[in-house]
Design a protein around this ligand. Structure first.
Ligand code: PRP
Length: 175
């Protein structure tokens, strides 16, 4: 793992501060309500774990597993759901938590899927927003950081299933 060429993008301290800010905003926006928070596996697992511990409104937790299959740094563009949520969301306030939006295809797929179940509201919280490669017009409601093109790993994000465990976020050279 020391052999990859990597440059730090966000340190664990910067991340912690920003996650606390997001959690504060979410807690304020949903004051007096109960949230159902849906994390998208696998990438969101660390961000979600940190976020929910800083959110002060009650919340239920669930996960969906979506993957745009392909390997390396390029997504295939075809989204597949391999694990559905297990919670009833009809009439509930839903917050989807995702590690990164890139083309937007993964979130678009999940939103269309969830909307058919008639939630009361549906919002998106994303740790990283990579806007340049968007294929569907799409804005998240809560964004940790906006980033340029470049392959990022750490804090849940992988390259070929490696490096998810890095506590900081790095840009790596995939060539
Ligand atoms: C990554 C990431 C997002 C998605 C974003 O998932 O976690 O879910 O790609 O890309 P998009 O906006 O272009 O759809 P990936 O398929 O790599 O699975 P993972 O979460 O298990 O790493």
């Amino acid at each position: 793992m020391n052999q990859i060429s990597r440059q730090i993008l966000f340190s664990r301290n910067e991340i912690q501060k920003r996650v606390q800010e997001l959690a504060g905003q979410i807690s304020k926006d949903y004051a007096g309500r109960e949230l159902v928070i849906i994390g998208i596996l696998k990438g969101a697992f660390i961000f979600m774990a940190d976020l929910v511990r800083d959110i002060s409104v009650p919340c239920k937790i669930d996960f969906a597993r979506l993957a745009s299959y392909g390997s390396g740094s390029e997504s295939s563009g075809k989204v597949v759901m391999t694990k559905d949520i297990e919670t009833s969301i009809k009439g509930r306030d839903i917050l989807i938590v995702e590690d990164i939006i890139d083309t937007g295809l993964t979130l678009q797929y999940l939103i269309d899927w969830l909307k058919e179940r008639n939630p009361h509201s549906l919002k998106i919280c994303v740790f990283l927003d990579k806007r340049k490669r968007r294929k569907v017009s799409f804005e998240a409601d809560y964004v940790g950081f906006t980033i340029d093109d470049g392959f990022v790993v750490g804090y849940g994000l992988d390259f070929n299933e490696q490096y998810r465990f890095f506590p900081d976020v790095y840009v790596i050279d995939t060539n």
